[in-house]
Ligand binder design. Structure first.
Ligand code: CDP
Ligand code: MG
Length: 733
């Protein structure tokens, strides 16, 4: 039984020849010969000389402007065209790094700029994102995610290969950009041949300027047309249907402009595309004249060639409707948008301090974000924004501005990076906005538990190895353990599979037949030990079927997730080959099990043993009486429930001990276990005592700092009298 192949875009061919008027051809992406004209019409163009002059004269410059004014695509090109900058920075061939919080934006911008400069991607202009490097020795403008630049800083903490770093989208306050801000402030002090440019939308300017020592600021003025905002409250679980209806109403009854719809995640965007196409077809079947429509999704995990379609012009008599996640809020500007539909929500990572894990949660956006979204309709013409929420929701439920990532997510990876950069006193790092103390403590604790930090909070040899891998430290820890348990190849596949999106194909709930077919297909892979080995079986079967796409569709597997997993696996394989660390606790367990002949050649056991060394704090034991599928966490006794979709739920056999790697939940206190496996309690019995050994104060270094003593009256007097001070200083000297 075949499931309909998902398409990334759907061209709805209208039956009427009605032309949609008014989309100015300049708004469409221009062709190459019009490129110079296009660039010179961008709001930033007038500021070119001022920008170059300020960057030549100052170590740090801040540039703000509305999205679409040309900051990301033009500033690096201006720098390359400057005749003074190479002399001032003593580099005949400037290398410019420009960071983006999102991988999609890094790729899209590199593509665009290589097109503008008529050079192939990966030559003069390239990009580098986690697990993918498209640069060469010729690359001078390198778009990269902030995470990749942070990782490069581990190898070279002065980033000496770059003359200029542009931290773009700083207003997004992504965790890695926040950390880079702190690090680069230090680089500026050390290197006279270096320039830092910080760019942002017109938000929180004062906060940044103060943090950056009142550096010079250029504010790009751009024209913003009027946007009419209309509110209409809808049920949040029906937002996709309402958004589609609103888009179709616009299509049928409004004039100018393409439509940009903000939804929360990739699944919603794809669902909206399907529902939109089906609804249009039904209208046509009823004899309604419907003009043509190009329906496109836009989200982070899409392949880059597919993403670039949103920028391409579509035929004059066709309206473009884009169902997008938050990416189109400020990172990507699509020309010709006349209408915005805003669902009012965002899917983002949120940290559960009790479990130490991040979960994706759907939460209301902030007022600032709602305004940004509406503004997208008024860039090139007067526009309209349809908000799928009431005015009182906007006033009462939405915070003024978004909470920065550093306040929301698990900080283990960040703390480990800072420690690997030899920043010992992480608490006093000088963050633009310090993280919550509780989150800092938890991150230190997690790192201590996996052996990345010792009890004084110093990074260990193992910690340095973990920091060098582009993964969450817990996953890296499992990989290292798998070297001992000789399940390395399996763990590579598993970690790669866990690093992608959901591997199961989403089937609409209403489609009962395919829901049943999907369940049957899933059953073939299910392993009684749990989800991890199940994932591995899926990956191995796909490999045995020569990585066939058709096989994925037949088996209701998300082909895109598997392709990603294969790429990630390939990258990791080359990174970890040379790791050899001695004296790890898994060696002892391995030897014991070998002596007892308790370690079979079964790769399932070896894999789950290795998993314990990264995740033993996520072990849980079954509640003894009557409650099937309920577990108590070993670390803090939280009650957890197994998700219905997990392998052991499907088989209905709940083991006494499990370990989990993914947890979800709409509230922070109730966890639903998504990805888990059976373990044996003796595998973790040597590890769990460490759970109560962590002395948090000692770990974060608070114990060593003495409280400031209150000065005596005499001392206060001395401090006020400069003569006494000088004398005392002489004496000490
Ligand atoms: O960074 P900022 O938001 O200020 O603007 P930008 O990303 O440099 O975009 C400048 C212009 O280039 C906008 O009109 C974008 O629509 C256009 N652009 C495009 O057509 N295709 C891309 N892949 C990237 C930008
Ligand atoms: Mg930009």
């Amino acid at each position: 039984m075949k499931y309909k192949i998902k398409k990334f875009f759907i061209q709805f061919k209208g039956f009427s020849k009605k032309k949609i008027e008014g989309i100015d051809s300049i708004c469409r992406m221009p062709y190459l010969n019009k490129m110079d004209q296009f660039a010179s019409e961008l709001p930033i163009h007038k500021y070119k000389d001022q920008i170059l002059q300020l960057i030549c004269e100052n170590p740090i410059v801040m540039i703000t402007g509305e999205p679409g004014s040309g900051k990301t695509t033009q500033i690096p090109q201006y720098l390359l065209e400057s005749s003074d900058l190479p002399r001032i920075l003593k580099s005949s061939k400037l290398k410019i790094a420009i960071t983006q919080p999102r991988r999609v934006a890094a790729i899209a911008m590199a593509r665009r700029v290589s097109y503008e400069r008529k050079c192939g991607l990966g030559k003069e202009v390239g990009y580098s994102i986690r697990f993918e490097d498209c640069t060469s020795s010729k690359t001078q403008i390198k778009y990269m995610t902030d995470g990749v630049l942070l990782r490069e800083a581990l190898q070279d903490n002065q980033l000496s290969r770059y003359s200029v770093v542009i931290l773009d989208e700083a207003h997004e306050r992504s965790l890695d950009t926040d950390i880079l801000l702190g690090l680069l402030k230090q680089v500026v002090q050390l290197r006279k041949d270096f320039r830092l440019v910080v760019t942002s939308a017109t938000l929180d300017i004062e906060l940044f300027q103060n943090y950056l020592g009142n550096c010079p600021l250029i504010q790009i003025e751009g024209r913003q047309y009027e946007v009419e905002v209309l509110h209409s409250a809808v049920k949040s679980d029906l937002r996709v249907e309402f958004a589609v209806n609103a888009a179709i109403r616009i299509h049928l009854h409004e004039g100018l402009g393409d439509v940009l719809v903000f939804l929360t995640g990739s699944e919603e965007c794809e669902k909206a595309c399907r529902v939109c196409f089906d609804t249009l077809q039904k209208l046509v079947a009823k004899g309604k004249p419907v003009p043509s429509m190009m329906i496109l999704p836009l989200y982070g995990a899409m392949p880059s060639e597919e993403q670039s379609k949103v920028f391409k012009p579509c035929p004059e008599d066709t309206r473009k409707v884009i169902f997008s996640t938050n990416i189109a809020e400020t990172s990507l500007t699509i020309n010709g948008i006349g209408f915005v539909i805003d669902c009012g929500y965002i899917k983002q990572k949120a940290y559960n301090p009790r479990t130490g894990l991040d979960a994706l949660m759907v939460t209301p956006i902030s007022k600032q974000q709602a305004k940004q979204r509406a503004g997208r309709a008024g860039r090139t013409q007067e526009g309209k924004c349809f908000r799928l929420y009431s005015e009182s929701f906007f006033e009462e439920q939405m915070a003024e501005s978004a909470v920065a990532e550093i306040k929301r997510v698990n900080l283990s990876s960040t703390i480990l990076t800072l420690k690997a950069l030899d920043i010992r006193d992480v608490i006093n790092f000088g963050f633009i906005e310090p993280p919550d103390h509780e989150a800092l403590l938890m991150a230190h604790k997690q790192l201590f538990l996996i052996g990345a930090l010792d009890e004084d909070g110093s990074i260990t040899e193992l910690g340095r190895s973990l920091a060098s891998l582009p993964l969450e430290p817990t996953y890296s820890r499992c990989l290292i353990a798998s070297l001992i348990f000789k399940s390395y190849s399996e763990m590579l596949s598993l970690v790669a599979m866990l690093s992608t999106e959901n591997i199961w194909q989403n089937v609409p709930k209403m489609d009962l037949e395919n829901t049943e077919n999907a369940k049957q297909a899933q059953l073939q892979f299910i392993d009684k030990s749990g989800d991890h080995v199940t994932y591995l079986k899926v990956f191995d079967s796909w490999r045995d079927n020569e990585y066939s796409e058709a096989w994925c569709y037949e088996n209701f597997i998300n082909a895109r997730a598997l392709r990603q997993a294969r790429d990630i696996r390939g990258q990791l394989k080359t990174m970890i080959k040379n790791f050899r660390i001695s004296g790890l606790p898994e060696e002892k367990l391995y030897n014991e099990l070998m002596e007892k002949k308790a370690l079979s050649s079964d790769s399932s056991i070896r894999l789950r043993l290795a998993l314990c060394f990264g995740f033993y704090m996520n072990a849980a034991r079954a509640v003894s009486y009557g409650q099937e599928g309920s577990y108590l966490s070993v670390s803090d006794g939280t009650m957890l429930h197994v998700d219905k979709q997990s392998s052991i739920s499907i088989l209905g056999k709940y083991p006494p001990w499990i370990i989990y790697t993914h947890l979800s939940g709409s509230t922070l206190s109730h966890g639903s276990l998504k990805v888990l496996s059976k373990i044996r309690s003796e595998w973790i019995e040597d590890l769990t005592p460490k759970l109560s050994q962590a002395n948090l104060e000692r770990l974060v270094g608070l114990q060593k700092q003495k409280r400031p003593r209150e000065p005596s009256i005499n001392e206060e007097k001395e401090a006020e009298d400069p003569a006494i001070k000088v004398n005392q200083a002489r004496e000490r000297y």
